[in-house]
Design a protein around this ligand. Structure first.
Ligand SMILES: [Ca+2]
Ligand SMILES: [Ca+2]
Ligand SMILES: [Ca+2]
Ligand SMILES: [Ca+2]
Length: 420
């Protein structure tokens, strides 16, 4: 104790003794020295979290003394530096990112110092780093997704980090589990999750993202090597060799054509020799045990079923026809009908092997005879002709039939016009 403090201390004791005399009414010859140092201060909450990301912490403290009426002063220091006067509720810092120790002691009015109280904590100003270490395949045909996530930090152990997750830009929520993070029953389409980590000092990481595509729709097979002959059939128009080789079909993924990609076909070995015209289903060109030839990037396989409207019409023969006159003997001057019936009627039968004859068109190509026939229109399908006023004789009526593949042929029927 300095000489100055010692003198002050003596004076204070005299005052105390004098007070005692007045109260007791008894003369005391010798002042009694009654003073003890303050107790070590109590550092009250809220103390800094350990660790904290607050680099300017505030401290609250108090101390008790046997003579608080003479005042209690406090002295504080950080990390073993010089003590300086401080007050309850003072703020210290800014502090560097490291471990710190705060110390405070109390001094009573007589100059007696308490032992110091101290508090040690860590100031962590560095954000953790989050990572998504694994996720679903992209694309995938699974509606469920599982992710493993992790994080690192300068101070907090990995297992002490907490994580928040966000699915498809929805609300941020605590990840239901640290790892794996799982979602079930998601809709088809693009998805994205974001994850951030929080360290024990409440520093948060930048979010990390994982995007993937759920594609549960099978691709569709289209055959490029065939000319479309109808809404549900293909006509092979350039038939040359008598064999079909399905090597130019493509696999198109309608729902996600770009994102998921397409594994196109062009696999050899799926050819098949066809000797007969007819309608074939695409599935007939597959052989048992063949590797499937049309699968999208998510693993969905195109399904060729017999109910699918993917059929191939193979037609390498011209249709045939024959004209069957229903009435060919036309009396020119028949009193019975008063000259009114001068019609020749025809039926044009047509065949195209085992190809459906409904696709065959029929047109009148020519009428050849000793005179010009009225009412027969070249280029249209006239089933009947008006032979009024024509010279008698043999007339040849020729029809042309054309199938959907473009093959064509003609047939001719004979009409005899007689005169009485
Ligand atoms: Ca004291
Ligand atoms: Ca940190
Ligand atoms: Ca698909
Ligand atoms: Ca044909």
């Amino acid at each position: 104790m300095s000489s100055f403090k010692a003198a002050l201390f003596s004076t204070q004791l005299v005052v105390i003794a004098t007070l005692f005399v007045v109260v007791a009414g008894v003369a005391i010859a010798t002042p009694v020295a009654v003073n003890t140092p303050p107790d070590a201060p109590t550092i009250d909450p809220p103390r800094p979290d350990d660790p904290t990301n607050d680099d300017t912490p505030q401290f609250f403290f108090r101390a008790t003394d046997d003579h608080p009426e003479f005042g209690i002063a406090f002295f504080c220091r950080i990390d073993g530096g010089s003590y300086s006067a401080c007050s309850n509720g003072d703020t210290f810092g800014p502090l560097l990112e490291e471990s710190h120790t705060f110390q405070v002691f109390a001094r009573d009015g007589a100059g007696s110092d308490s032992s110091p109280a101290d508090f040690t904590w860590f100031v962590d100003l560095t954000n953790p780093v989050a990572s998504i270490d694994s996720g679903p395949l992209d694309p995938t045909n699974s509606p469920d997704a599982s992710f493993t996530i992790s994080g690192t930090d300068n101070h907090s152990a990995s297992e002490d980090l907490t994580f928040h997750c966000q699915l498809d830009f929805g609300p941020w929520q605590p990840c239901l589990s640290t790892s794996p993070v799982e979602y079930f029953g998601l809709d088809e389409g693009s998805h994205i999750i974001a994850v951030y980590a929080t360290d024990e000092a409440r520093n948060v990481s930048d979010p990390v993202f994982y995007e993937w595509l759920i594609d549960t729709t099978a691709p569709v097979i289209t055959v490029d090597d065939f000319v479309i002959g109808g809404p549900d059939s293909y006509v092979f128009g350039t038939w040359a060799t008598g064999s079909v080789r399905l090597q130019e079909w493509t696999c198109v993924d309608p729902n996600n054509p770009i994102a998921s990609g397409v594994t196109s076909s062009n696999l050899p070995g799926h050819g098949r020799t066809i000797t007969d015209d007819g309608v074939y289903k695409l599935s007939q060109f597959l052989k048992p045990g063949d590797p499937f030839f049309c699968v999208d990037a998510a693993g969905n396989q195109a399904v060729i079923s017999d109910t699918q409207s993917q059929i191939i019409l193979v037609d390498r023969h011209a249709p045939t026809c024959n004209v069957e006159p229903l009435s060919q003997y036309i009396p020119e001057n028949n009193p019975a009908d008063n000259g009114a019936r001068h019609l020749a009627k025809f039926k044009v039968a047509r065949q195209d092997g085992n190809i459906d004859k409904k696709g065959i068109t029929v047109v009148l190509e020519s009428v050849v005879g000793p005179g010009t026939v009225q009412g027969m229109h070249i280029g249209t399908f006239d089933k009947q002709g008006k032979f009024e006023g024509v010279p008698g004789g043999i007339y040849f009526v020729t029809y042309r039939v054309t199938d959907e593949a473009g093959w064509t042929s003609t047939c001719t029927g004979k009409v005899q016009v007689a005169r009485n």
